[in-house]
Design a protein around this ligand. Sequence first.
Ligand code: GLP
Length: 237
Amino acid sequence: MNIQYFEDYNVMSKKAADIVASEIKARETMVLGLPTGSTPLGMYSNLIDMNKAGKIDFSKITTFNLDEYYPIKRNHPQSYYKFMFDNFFCGINIVAENINIPNGEVDDAILESMEYEKKLESAGGLDLMVLGLGPNGHIGFNEPNDSLVSGTHVATLTQSTIEANRRFFNSIDEVPTLALTMGMGSILKAKKILMLASGKNKSEIFKKILEEKIETVNPSSFLHLHRDVIVLTDIEV
Ligand code: GLP
């Protein structure tokens, strides 16, 4: 795990965008895994600027989002579908058909999870997966538990995640309790992983990651099993 510390969130975000840009430039087409949350916003804004300046081209990029609440309408103000269009896709020259986000509107969430995983595999798997970090160590919606699920699945949010994400909803009762998420296996199959960790509320979990123990109670610790992980952080430990 290659961990790089930054004093400034904006400098960290620029570095994240530079890493994504160099991966895009290194190949003709690319399958890119993307996260939501407050942390990647700076990276998205930098990538939009680079795209507008003609420095990177998204026209041959296929994206797979990490997760989505369930159930949720795509036009819900807090759906990850809307988040991605508002904060990233609206500003870049990506082809709409190349965007993949788990569908929180379907009746059969298990079927949607299986189909999402299959689609990811038939796209050739992820070249680069960008991740955020949950305050309790969750990755996507892989929550701390006795065991973790490998492929894309329906996950139950922990109370602490519901509370952490409550700030985006009118009330805690509105926060969905389920989600569709890539599993740790889907994520670890990526050729390269870039994790962004930002926020004072994550210093405890970040210290845990540094212990290099693999624990299902800290899903982010599984990233130690991957041979090519870059972590960019502004967290002081
Ligand atoms: C949500 C997402 C995660 C994200 C986490 C952290 O729970 N499902 O993928 O990493 O939030 O969000 P933030 O970056 O806002 O701290």
